[in-house]
Design a protein around this ligand. Structure first.
Ligand code: DHK
Length: 147
């Protein structure tokens, strides 16, 4: 199995940098991608970094990961809280999975307090800002077989 990590991003994360910067910061998604690639390379891995505003595209990325990825790091964004389809797709992926949220969703409005995705994630990171993506990469790589 390749040591490729699928880093998946849900709706509106393409707007990082301009979207509620007081919550999500000023880095762009491209900045986050570059940081993920650097951290993964330091661990002997590569990153397949994707973002979609469409649930089905992310569902199919999870299907694709079954044959192409060693691990998944996902910020499901709003899909976190209602997408049974995304949960079901992630459950079919047998490698390590990390759920990442830039903000501390538990400090926010009630609608952000219950994640469906956490039912299948091995690791859940929230409130660490965009560093959470790198921490998620570290966490899933630590769960891979040595080699
Ligand atoms: C990003 C989103 O788009 C929100 O829907 C989540 C998450 C929080 C984040 O903190 O990265 O509730």
């Amino acid at each position: 199995m390749s040591r490729t990590i699928f880093v998946l991003n849900g709706p509106n994360l393409n707007m990082l940098g301009v979207r509620e910067p007081d919550i999500y910061g000023h880095e762009t998604l491209a900045d986050v991608k570059a940081r993920c690639e650097k951290r993964a390379a330091a661990l002997g891995c590569t990153v397949d970094f994707r973002q979609s505003n469409f649930e089905g595209v992310l569902v199919e990325a999870c299907h694709e990961a079954r044959d192409k990825a060693a691990a998944i790091v996902i910020n499901p964004a709003a899909l976190t809280f209602y997408s049974i389809a995304l949960l079901d797709a992630l459950k079919m992926f047998n490698g390590p999975k990390a759920e990442v949220h830039i903000s501390n969703v538990h400090q926010r409005e009630e609608i952000y307090h219950h994640s469906l995705i956490s039912r299948t994630a091995h690791v859940v990171i929230c409130g660490a800002g965009t560093l959470g993506y790198e921490l998620g990469i570290e966490a899933v790589v630590a769960r891979l077989p040595a080699g």
